[in-house]
Design a protein around this ligand. Structure first.
Ligand SMILES: Cc1cc2nc3c(=O)[nH]c(=O)nc-3n(C[C@H](O)[C@H](O)[C@H](O)COP(=O)(O)OP(=O)(O)OC[C@H]3O[C@@H](n4cnc5c(N)ncnc54)[C@H](O)[C@@H]3O)c2cc1C
Ligand SMILES: NC(=O)c1ccc[n+]([C@@H]2O[C@H](COP(=O)([O-])OP(=O)(O)OC[C@H]3O[C@@H](n4cnc5c(N)ncnc54)[C@H](OP(=O)(O)O)[C@@H]3O)[C@@H](O)[C@H]2O)c1
Ligand SMILES: Cc1cc2nc3c(=O)[nH]c(=O)nc-3n(C[C@H](O)[C@H](O)[C@H](O)COP(=O)(O)O)c2cc1C
Length: 1327
């Protein structure tokens, strides 16, 4: 660019006597020698231009590059030019200067072009100074001339401020695009513009465009801005306007002369006669009649001159239909039908133009109101969505207002709306048999056909004005054939059919991330589909690569034939793979040459109605010739657009808020998404899972809202683990705390109930301040059935505070056992209010609306908001793939090898050992202690019970797609459209209910409210609504009956459930974890699980029997069936690296599961002699069961492990053994092995492993603590700290299954202690 700016083009005429009027010298440049101007001879042609200066290098002469030539060859080129001939010199200004041409306004008001030579950096400035000191100016004379004449440079600088030299030729008028480096260089003294040098950056080839010298000054670029990319670069003329005779004549003359010049055998006499004839006609009528040949020539030239058309190589093969004799709309229609038939040609498309009578007085125009002959209607449906091609919405309205009625399909061809001779419009339905359409299919994706898309074959632009020979043909539709990307854009553009996302999803692309380039991938496939479909239909179409090639050829032809080709780079470069086509690399000059095609305003906006229309739509658009102050659609649109810009700016100023969540079973995610919805009312909020969040951004955050549950025994959910650890690291960078360095802290210890510990920690942490600029709020989910209630949420709160962040609202707690949703809603409202107050924002927020948003996100249920489409032929997504997508993790298949019942046959309960084959899957590799996550299926019986109650007419086995009615911004307005709701993978309703959706968890209050909408009995509706309010009634109902969805449906027989409600609102069926019960070294390629089969009766044992989903599925699944699963690493539950350390393992019931993997590993290690080189340490197992002969599982295996030396001690606690006292595992520990425990903990650096339900684990923890107090002499607090330290140091390990033992009792007790339960009970007390 720099180099180009130092280039100017000067035109002069070589004289007989003094030639060009310069003397040149040779300057050696590496590789060649340059011809440099040494002196400009006073009074000579160069001097006369005022543009040539000593020091200039001659780059090219009359289009011939002389820079690569030797000095002799170069000067010979100049010498060989005949005297009297025009010479065009391309000059490069002196080094260290910028030389360019600039327009100045003279005192006379005239504009002129001057040469400006401006120092380019300090060397240039210095050179200038030296020149001045030497009294040597580049062009003092020119400057003086300028000064003497009182000419003022536009910027009033130049000469006077001493850093710029300007020189001026006489009579130069400049215009054009100043942004390009060539602007004023295009204008010479004789109004002949100078060539524009255009480079092809791919092959370095350069061409000079001379044709632009014939351009009209209609370029919108001026005042230092380039408006090249404007869609409609020139203003429209108002109705009633017509060209004055002078203008018609001026253009007619140019045209007629050009036309005759184009005729090889023309003579000047004939031309002049024709010209006189034209003059007479124009004088008489203001217009004249073009002969057919003139019109044909003009039409072809219009195409040839159309800068935006890439397919112009065909310009000379245009068929003209002369319809200037037509006088009626019907006549126009017939001509159009003829045009369509001729150019369709059975798919072998031909280019044609039909020309109707020209404009006369501006009040008798002929107009085709359609933008193209063939266009599809757009209907705004009552729900706000658009059916059809949204771009035609306004025109469809107009057609309907004129009386047309479409069939209401997505591809209704619009009628032709035509006005002849200024009359009011008439509409005509196109005969179907003349319109050729192509169904769009894909060569590879069979499902593409199911999108049901077609497109028409002939693109015929019908609303442009044909400007020819001074005449304006307001109706001159023309047509060619498609380039594939045009149809591709029609299908993919957001304001058109907008199929991009739908296709992306069908292709299985990651449409959530821009960086996956899914849109690009879709666009390629859609374009492939378009090309494929047209070609399969034997219909002409061109791909953009071929189009680019033909255009390059056309450019070459045009360069040769007429010295240039007006080309609009912005339009010529295809909308896809731009830089892969040569046109992308080709510089182009865009200018306006007549004959031409011009844009016109939409006909319904400019029509002068003969009879005032009655229809309000037509009235709305009708042109008012005497406007008071009427805002036209475009103005309104502009205003809306402006408002949108302001809105965007305002949004940009909004406080950035990051909502982070961590979840194990999905609740925190759904609460986080509700938080997002409410915060979006006043904040620039985004939501992320903690494990996707880059913690290094935390310090830069303004407001962070955390929503998280707690798992294990006070631990983070899996996807919050890293974030929690990172926060701990922020507070305790490695090495900052010698005592604790290298230890893995447990987040739960931070929020440990112990106030003393917390205070101590806070004191330690208070000096920090890394999050000093951050404000935050936390909502913690948990269950009071666990001792560390909401521990992780509290830990986050404590850590944020200790790192200097400011809490904007107290931590919220949501107890799963009672009122979790209610607590959340109250907290979210409060947090939002506090945040608004803290940032002094949200004054204009309608709080009621904001609060209402908490009840449902964008995808909340409302009748009519979702619909289910049956997709013919679409296969179901493979279950593994579907689960992987749904749960955003890799789910792989294992198969059942065998199942063994572990309890005695007479037992009332079942516990089974399930052996799975991993088929060597890398993803299923594990170490002892890890968990396997299993995705079960719901019982067929339950699925069928639901299917029996869905709305009639639903095929449960057809693959369906669910769509949601979403509001989208199109242009300046909001429209609703059906968009695929890809919550679930492609599947049938049956599969969804069986594999993806949770149908046994008691429905949430929200779901009950949705169901209430579909109860036909008013009593049932009222009951469901009452439960749907939440509160104690709901909580009691849930606790007592724990009703599954089929039970709810059974209880409310009037319910007929729309399938879309189930598909969009039921919670997702979650994976269940099982502690792996095998060592991979003892059972390579296998995973064993010890599964307690869950069966219980509700209503305190009086209600119906419920079966746990996964445990029962695993207990019934057949051999070789696939079990979708993944491995979860339990890094806090692995055996110590040093196998000589003593190990105490405590696991009653199924808690024995992971312990089995430990002793198996030890057996293998002992056998292989690989137990870290040391004799293996003690391994003690404390197991608990009810009766030795009933549920003492793995009795034989543990005995064998004892014999193998893997287990050194084995203790069994029997809780219901007839004739003996009830003994639990903790009793054994306390009574039989306190000394062993004390030594292991205090002396031997041993490890304790506790596995099973949380109550047992807590009891065991307290027992160990008691031993430390009673036998180790510690205080209670010290003992508690000690155990916490052991946990921090990964010596005390817990593997918690949840509340499994005595679930009902534990939950009942916990919920009665819960403050939410108490407050809800009080709320419900009637006074
Ligand atoms: C880390 C971890 C490891 C685990 N390891 C094992 C393991 O090795 N072996 C094993 O068997 N389990 C293990 N579990 C438990 C297991 O994940 C499942 O929770 C268990 O199998 C039940 O799942 P389900 O689908 O059969 O039952 P679900 O359909 O999930 O039903 C269980 C639910 O039913 C309700 N419920 C259960 N009993 C009653 C009752 N008496 N009264 C009222 N309501 C009740 C409760 O709400 C309970 O949450 C582990 C859990 C975790 C978190
Ligand atoms: N219904 C079924 O078919 C079935 C079968 C297996 C499992 N399950 C479910 O799975 C859960 C776990 O079953 P499981 O086989 O692992 O265990 P479990 O057999 O129910 O219990 C194992 C042992 O732990 C004892 N125990 C109870 N509370 C304890 C506590 N606080 N501390 C220490 N020990 C305690 C039990 O004693 P007591 O029970 O005698 O008090 C029993 O001796 C059950 O609660 C049940 O929900 C159901
Ligand atoms: C195995 C297991 C362990 C749990 N541990 C705790 C705990 O230690 N503290 C607690 O408050 N809640 C605990 N919970 C309850 C969960 O935090 C609660 O179910 C929460 O609503 C889950 O939210 P989520 O779906 O976002 O993970 C536990 C739940 C399970 C199943």
């Amino acid at each position: 660019m720099e180099g180009q700016q130092n280039i100017i083009v000067v035109g002069l005429v070589k004289r007989e006597v003094d030639g060009l009027g310069v003397s040149a010298k040779r300057r050696e440049v590496p590789g060649h020698s340059a011809v440099v101007i040494e002196e400009v001879i006073r009074g000579g042609p160069a001097d006369h231009t005022g543009m040539v200066q000593p020091g200039d290098t001659i780059v090219a002469v009359n289009g011939q590059d002389i820079e690569g030539l030797s000095y002799q060859e170069a000067t010979k080129v100049i010498r060989d030019i005949e005297p009297g001939k025009p010479v065009e010199l391309v000059l490069r200004g002196p080094k260290w200067f910028h030389t360019y041409l600039e327009t100045v306004r003279l005192s006379t008001g005239e504009t002129k072009t001057v040469r400006v030579t401006r120092p380019n950096g300090p060397i240039g400035a210095l050179t200038l100074l030296i020149q001045r000191m030497r009294g040597n100016t580049f062009d003092k004379r020119a400057i003086r001339k300028l000064e003497n004449r009182g000419d003022i440079p536009l910027n009033n600088r130049g000469v006077t401020n001493g850093d710029v030299i300007k020189s001026i030729p006489s009579g130069t008028i400049a215009s054009g695009c100043p942004v390009t480096g060539h602007r004023a260089a295009t204008v010479g003294p004789s109004r002949t513009r100078r060539p524009v040098r255009l480079k092809n950056w791919l092959n370095e080839r350069r061409i000079n465009d001379n044709l632009h010298s014939k351009a009209n000054d209609l370029n919108p670029c001026n005042d230092g801005r380039c408006l090249g990319p404007l869609m409609r670069p020139r203003p429209f003329t108002a109705p009633g306007y017509f060209r004055p005779k002078e203008e018609v004549l001026e253009q007619a003359k140019k045209f007629i002369f050009e036309y005759y010049a184009s005729l090889k055998s023309s003579d000047a006499g004939e031309r002049d006669r024709r010209w006189r004839d034209v003059q007479v006609q124009v004088e008489e009528k203001g217009v004249y009649h073009l002969t057919y040949d003139e019109l044909l020539y003009g039409a072809k030239m219009s195409w040839r001159n159309a800068p935006r058309c890439i397919g112009r190589i065909q310009w000379s093969k245009l068929q003209l239909f002369d319809a200037r004799d037509v006088t009626t709309a019907r006549g126009m229609f017939e001509a159009i039908c003829r045009h369509i038939k001729w150019c369709t040609n059975g798919g072998n498309i031909r280019s044609a133009i039909t020309v109707f009578p020209p404009r006369t007085d501006g009040r008798h125009d002929y107009k085709v109101w359609n933008g193209q002959f063939l266009k599809y209607a757009a209907y705004q449906l009552p729900d706000g969505s658009i059916l059809g091609d949204p771009i035609n919405l306004e025109f469809t309205e107009v057609c309907q207002a004129l009386g047309w009625k479409g069939e209401g399909t997505r591809f209704d061809l619009l009628p032709m709306v035509l006005s002849a001779n200024g009359e009011d419009p008439e509409w005509f339905e196109l005969p179907r048999d003349i319109v050729m359409e192509v169904n769009i299919t894909h060569p590879k994706y069979d499902w593409f056909e199911e999108l049901g898309i077609k497109w028409y074959c002939v693109p015929a632009v019908s609303n442009m004005l044909f400007d020819c020979g001074g005449l304006e043909f307001s109706a001159a539709p023309f047509s060619g054939w498609y380039m594939g990307t045009e149809v591709g854009r029609d299908l993919c553009d957001e304001n058109r059919l907008n199929i991009t996302e739908a296709v992306g999803k069908r292709m299985g692309l990651d449409v959530a991330r821009n960086s996956s380039l899914w849109k690009d991938a879709v666009f390629v496939e859609v374009n492939i589909a378009v090309l494929h479909s047209f070609q399969r239909n034997n219909t002409t179409i061109m791909d953009h690569h071929t189009a680019s090639e033909t255009f390059m050829k056309h450019l070459e032809n045009e360069q040769r034939l007429r010295g240039g080709c007006p080309s609009d780079w912005v339009w010529i470069v295809p909308p896809m793979s731009a830089s892969l086509t040569e046109v992308f690399h080709q510089e182009m000059a865009n200018y306006h040459v007549r004959p031409s095609f011009e844009y016109q305003e939409d006909a319904w906006l400019l029509h002068l109605w003969r009879k005032k229309p009655e229809h309000p739509v037509l009235l709305k658009y009708a042109y008012d010739e005497n406007p008071k102050r009427k805002y036209r659609l475009k103005e309104v649109a502009l205003a809306v657009k402006f408002a949108a810009v302001l809105m965007k700016k305002a949004l940009n100023k909004r406080v950035k808020t990051t909502i982070l969540y961590a979840t194990e079973t999905g609740k925190s995610e759904s609460f986080a998404s509700s938080t997002l919805t409410i915060f979006k009312h006043a904040f620039d909020a985004k939501m992320m899972c903690m494990d996707e969040y880059d913690i290094t951004n935390l310090e830069k955050e303004e407001l962070v809202i955390v929503v998280t549950s707690t798992f294990g025994n006070g631990d983070p959910p899996d996807n919050g683990e890293a974030f929690g650890q990172a926060l701990l690291h922020m507070r305790h960078p490695p090495g900052s705390d010698k005592k604790r360095s290298g230890s893995v802290r447990r987040v739960s210890s931070i929020s440990k109930a112990s106030y003393r510990r917390q205070q101590k920690l806070l004191r330690q942490l208070r000096d920090g301040g890394a999050l000093g600029k951050v404000r935050y709020g936390v909502f913690a989910l948990g269950s009071r059935a666990y001792p560390h209630f909401c521990a992780f949420g509290h830990a986050i709160d404590t850590l944020f505070e200790s790192l200097g962040a400011e809490r904007i609202h107290p931590v919220g707690e949501g107890d799963e056992l009672c009122g979790q949703e209610e607590s959340f809603r109250a907290w979210a409202k409060g947090a939002f209010k506090s945040a608004c107050e803290r940032y002094d924002v949200g004054h204009d927020v309608n709080m009621e609306e904001a609060h209402a948003s908490l009840l449902g996100s964008d995808f909340s249920w409302a009748p009519g908001k979702f619909r289910v489409l049956q997709t013919k032929g679409l296969p179901e997504t493979d279950i593994l793939e579907g689960l992987s997508k749904l749960h955003r993790r890799t789910v792989v298949s294992s198969t059942v090898i065998s199942r063994t019942q572990l309890q005695a046959p007479e037992s009332s309960r079942q516990t089974c050992l399930v052996q799975l084959e991993t088929h060597g899957a890398q993803e299923l590799r594990y170490v002892p202690g890890d968990h396997v996550a299993v995705f079960p299926a719901n019982e067929d019986r339950l699925v069928q019970a639901i299917l029996d109650r869905v709305e009639k007419g639903t095929n449960p086995d057809a693959v369906i797609q669910i769509e949601a009615l979403q509001e989208k911004k199109i242009g300046a307005g909001l429209v609703k459209s059906w968009t695929p709701h890809d919550r679930l993978p492609a599947c049938s309703l049956r599969t969804a209910l069986s594999r993806y959706l949770d149908v046994t968890t008691p429905p949430s209050p929200q779901l009950l409210l949705y169901l209430a909408m579909h109860a036909t009995s008013s009593r049932e509706r009222a009951e469901l609504e009452a439960l749907g309010k939440g509160g104690l009634r709901y909580e009691d109902w849930k606790f007592e009956a724990a009703p599954t969805l089929p039970e709810v449906l059974q209880h409310y027989p009037s319910l007929q459930v729309p399938p879309a409600l189930l598909l969009s609102q039921l919670p997702v069926l979650q994976q269940r974890y099982y502690s792996i019960s095998s060592s991979p070294h003892m059972y390579p390629g296998q995973i064993h699980a010890t599964v307690a089969v869950v069966k219980y009766r509700t209503r305190g044992g009086q209600g119906p029997e419920h079966s746990g989903v996964c445990s029962n599925w695993l207990n019934t699944i057949k051999s070789n069936e696939s079990v979708p699963c993944f491995i979860r690493t339990a890094k806090n539950f692995h055996l110590p690296e040093n196998s000589s350390l003593p190990v105490l393992m405590v696991g009653p019931g199924t808690g024995i599961a992971p312990l089995r993997s430990f002793w198996q590993q030890r057996q293998v290690d002992i056998k292989a002699g690989t137990a870290s080189g040391h004799p293996p340490g003690d391994m003690t197992l404390v197991f608990g069961c009810r009766q030795s002969r009933v549920d003492h599982i793995y009795k034989e295996e543990t005995a064998q492990a004892m014999r193998d030396g893997a287990l050194t001690d084995l203790y069994i606690a029997l809780s219901r053994e007839p004739g003996t006292t009830k003994t639990y595992v903790q009793d054994i520990i306390r009574q039989h092995i306190p000394k062993k425990v004390l030594d292991l903990v205090l002396k031997d650096g041993g490890h304790i492993y506790v596995c099973g339900d949380v109550t047992m684990a807590t009891d065991v923890g307290e027992t160990v603590q008691r031993i430390l107090v009673e036998h180790g002499g510690m205080s209670v607090a010290r003992a508690e700290d000690f155990i916490n330290n052991m946990k921090d140091n990964n010596r005390y390990h817990e593997d918690i299954f949840g509340v499994t033992l005595k679930t009902h009792e534990v939950e009942d007790a916990a919920r009665k202690r819960s403050p939410s339960f108490i407050s809800l009970s009080e709320e419900n007390t009637s006074l």
